[in-house]
Design a protein around this ligand. Structure first.
Ligand code: G6P
Length: 369
């Protein structure tokens, strides 16, 4: 097993470090060399078929569900198709309104999760066409769907998903752009901007991993916290959900993600000294609002760790620590912001002596209901 970990103490840390390669592999052959468009040969949808899509449902469990929430922001923004995201165990039992004009996207690293597979079958029974996003070639969801887009993350062993999530995000961008190209919802320049951003992601993740020691250093101060809140707006909120799940899964700390604008509707009552707040601030159209939210939690004596783009020096004045990430397109930021959150969860869990790769009561793949 030590050999399989390639010198890392845990599979999770190894897999966090494998992300630049996993992202490169997932992008490989799917971006035009001149960055003018994405190529998704496996989709083979005619422009008519794409135009017929009136609504998209994304359904999945756990981390894959969180990738789906990012997918909603991305697909709605790029392709202007309404997207609903549903937890697979809810979708399958709640009589969803779907027909032949609905595209159902199931996301599953293993391709074998019982609830996700049941949701896929339910969607097909109701006449929807199904696209599977999975990491395992020939898995059940891959076999039963109408189309498959593979994530090329390689085997993921740690229960807490890392490289599967970031590659699922990449597929959401590719899908959003593919649909946008077919429906003509973006200018050539807008497509190029996102494609260029995608191409830069692997090296940018490498740059963040280069700051690992810095993150490991300050995390020790917060490892004793028993309540952590993750705040963000827009896509940052979707990533906050995944950051919160990572921390819960492996460190057993109570963590919650909140849309920052919702603070005043409840969570603020829980913000007191000793609470740690992880504040994601990469969405520039709501940056000032996010900074006001951060000031609100700081004023109640919470410790705040902020994540923002390099060059946003203002944030440092309102928080205890800042983690800077390379600047990218507003939609692709998710792939970068999640990396420090993965490292924080990992080092907090290690500091607390937890079994990082095999957290209590959890399984890598849940094939029974
Ligand atoms: C389990 C794992 C999670 C995973 C979820 C969905 O709960 O512990 O890490 O996100 O299943 O798995 P899937 O293979 O369908 O992506």
């Amino acid at each position: 097993e030590a050999a399989e970990k390639g010198g890392y103490p845990h599979f999770m840390l190894k897999e966090i470090h494998e992300q630049p390669k996993a992202l490169r592999d997932t992008l490989s052959g799917r971006l035009a060399t001149d960055n003018s468009r994405v190529l998704l040969e496996e989709l083979q949808m005619t422009p008519e078929e794409v135009k017929q899509i009136k609504k998209i449902f994304i359904t999945a469990c756990g981390t894959a569900y969180h990738a789906g929430i990012v997918g909603k922001y991305v697909i709605e923004d790029l392709a202007r198709i309404p997207v609903e995201v549903d937890i697979a165990s809810e979708f399958r039992y709640r009589n969803p309104i779907i027909d032949q004009d609905t595209l159902v996207v199931v996301i599953s690293q293993s391709g074998e999760t019982a609830d996700t597979l049941a949701a896929l079958r339910e969607a097909k029974n109701r006449g929807a066409r199904v696209l599977a996003v999975t990491n395992v070639v020939g898995s059940s969801v891959a076999r039963e769907a109408n189309w498959v887009i593979y994530t090329w993350a390689g085997p993921e062993i740690a229960v807490a998903s890392t490289k599967a999530y970031t590659t699922q995000l990449v597929v959401m961008y590719l899908l959003g752009l593919y649909l946008a190209q077919q429906r003509g919802t973006l200018t050539q320049e807008q497509i190029r901007e996102v494609v260029t951003a995608l191409r830069e992601l692997p090296a940018q993740v490498e740059a963040i991993l280069g700051r690992e020691e810095e993150i490991k250093g300050f995390v020790q101060k917060y490892a004793h916290c028993e309540d952590v809140f993750f705040l963000g707006r827009s896509i940052d909120y979707a990533v906050a959900m995944e950051g919160s799940l990572k921390l819960k899964e492996i460190s057993y700390i109570h963590a919650e993600a909140y849309a920052a604008g919702e603070l005043k509707h409840g969570t603020l009552a829980l913000i007191v000294e000793g609470i740690l707040v992880l504040a994601l601030a990469t969405q520039m159209d709501v940056f000032d609002k996010m900074v006001s939210n951060i000031k609100e939690v700081k004023a109640r004596d919470a410790s705040v760790v902020g994540i923002t783009f390099e060059g946003e020096e203002e944030l440092a004045k309102s928080v205890d620590e800042v983690i800077y990430i390379p600047r990218t397109h507003k939609l692709t930021s998710a792939v970068l912001t999640v990396v420090p959150l993965q490292l924080i969860a990992y080092y907090v869990a290690v500091a607390r002596g937890c079994d990082v790769d095999k957290p209590r009561n959890l399984a890598k793949s849940v094939t029974v209901e």
